[in-house]
Ligand binder design. Sequence first.
Ligand SMILES: N[C@@H](CCC(=O)N[C@@H](CS)C(=O)NCC(=O)O)C(=O)O
Length: 245
Amino acid sequence: MRLYHSIHSTCSQKVRLCLAEKGLAWEGVHLNLRQFDQVAPDFLAINPAGLVPVLDDRGTVIVESRIINEYLEDAYPDVALLPASASERARIRSLTRHIDVVISEAIKLPSFAKNIQPALQSQDRATVLSQIERIPDPAIQARWRMAATGTIDSTQYEDALSLLRHWLDELDGTLAQHAWLSGDRVGLADVDAAPFIQRLMRIDMAADVQARSHVLAWFTRYSQRPPFLTAMPVLGSESQVPIMA
Ligand SMILES: N[C@@H](CCC(=O)N[C@@H](CS)C(=O)NCC(=O)O)C(=O)O
């Protein structure tokens, strides 16, 4: 299996975590999103949307992290990450859908403000803006342009933080009742959520996570498991983490 991914990308982390939980071997093609590898013609030929992750499983090419993880669950069921019960599967899928559709979008602006904006400052402005023109989706282009020009919209930013805090409240409620988001053992809901909690810890929302005791206990427990240590970049030493798991 080949995974096109990026070390810092939460969506890539979801898939790396799923592969690690299932104990599956893979080879990585790493893209540096801050250098705009995602709009290189070779990569756009693989995913015209210009987004990671992309999984190529011996010729079956799949985009979208949630769909990739569902594919891995269907194709490699030996380590099951979804429970047997139809009602529990539906509950977990509503969590993973929310992460995919709402949380993955909401986290982008605060992440851009914290990580991408400073990274772009050190690059030549005209080159950066011309690379941004190559991004296929106009809304994604606009986000990059805000970071490149230091004009992140404060209302959009605050709205994103509110959504993220509301999600943390929901997770805290779920984790007050179950040891794991997926129930009594780790599953797809935990895999899909954990990278976003790690990101919140690193974009000045650590206090928000720490204020939710069940979320904090769950994340502390999960971040000590071997699959997490294999798949996720270690704080402060991202550049030393092997790109291929
Ligand atoms: N819904 C997609 C989102 C993919 C996505 O947004 N990927 C980001 C990294 S987390 C990316 O490739 N960004 C490139 C860009 O913004 O130009 C998924 O879950 O796979």
